[in-house]
Design a protein around this ligand. Structure first.
Ligand SMILES: [Ca+2]
Ligand SMILES: [Ca+2]
Length: 267
């Protein structure tokens, strides 16, 4: 069993939280240095890397091959990037939001979550051209969030702001007609199959939510009232649906659910 902060580096058991790998315990190549700061996990992180100063985690264990969530705990004073490579594959880059201050001034690392494919057994994750890395975490579930306000509103549907909504925004006026819809057009799935999709929403009465996948027929799901509207202080409710996706990018069109905040797809 892992404890946050421990570098167990071994199989953690299915469904038992993420496994933590401290960067300072990984392999440091090309003279890359460590840095101490009380806000770093275990008090230490690995300084910026480049094409010759490299940080390599060589013992990332997965019990079965598949998709995992890699969370990178990284620190930078200004906006920057991390670049990582799994098992010698393509170099991927993810953005790191600058903390604005130095670690010794009180900054804490930020967590960047990405989806990676791991082989069964040991895997290697290598960082180059990256900011300070404190630790990485591997979780065996994948959840991808799609905010409603980033989707395509049709008809009367329109984004609106509310503090209780995820990211402070949501889409309202999805209803009354099938022309008033919200289209998520980039829902990703690794392969053909059925996926658990959570819809986070507001409705003050029961609704017959309509969902059309990839332009197909509309399927209706009964959705209970969530309580008060967001502007009246209500918190969003969630409903879990099992939906069929194709491998690759899918579209998901929502109708007749007054306010949609976000959807989450689990792999
Ligand atoms: Ca650390
Ligand atoms: Ca939202």
């Amino acid at each position: 069993m892992s404890v946050a902060g421990d570098n167990v580096g071994a199989f953690n058991g299915a469904g038992v939280g993420p496994v933590v790998y401290e960067a300072e315990d990984a392999t440091l190549l090309g003279g890359v240095k460590t840095s101490s700061c009380s806000n770093f996990s275990a008090g230490t992180a690995v300084k910026a890397t480049n094409t010759t100063k490299i940080l390599n985690f060589s013992n990332i264990y997965a019990d079965v091959a598949g998709f995992y969530t890699l969370t990178i705990s990284a620190y930078s004073k200004t906006d920057s990037n991390v670049s990582y490579q799994v098992n010698g594959g393509a170099v991927e880059t993810a953005a790191v939001t600058g903390a604005g201050i130095w670690c010794y001034e009180g900054a804490v690392p930020s967590d960047i979550s990405v989806v990676v494919y791991l082989n069964a057994g040991n895997n290697s994750i290598t960082f180059t051209d990256s900011v300070v890395i404190d630790k990485i975490m591997i979780a065996d579930d994948v959840e991808i969030e799609y905010e409603a306000e980033a989707a395509v509103p049709n008809g009367t549907a329109e984004p609106t702001s509310c503090p209780n909504a995820s990211q402070g925004e949501m889409v309202k006026n999805i209803g009354n007609s099938s022309a008033n819809s919200l289209l998520f057009n980039n829902v990703e799935a690794p392969e053909n199959g059925t996926y658990v999709v959570t819809v986070q929403y507001y409705a003050t009465a029961q609704r017959d939510l309509g969902i059309a996948i990839n332009g197909g027929a509309v399927t209706t799901y009964s959705v209970p009232a969530s309580g008060d509207w967001c502007f009246a202080g209500g918190t969003p409710a969630s409903i879990e649906l099992n939906l069929p996706f194709d491998g690759g990018l899918n579209s998901l069109e929502v109708t007749n659910l007054t306010v949609v905040d976000k959807i989450t797809v689990k792999w």
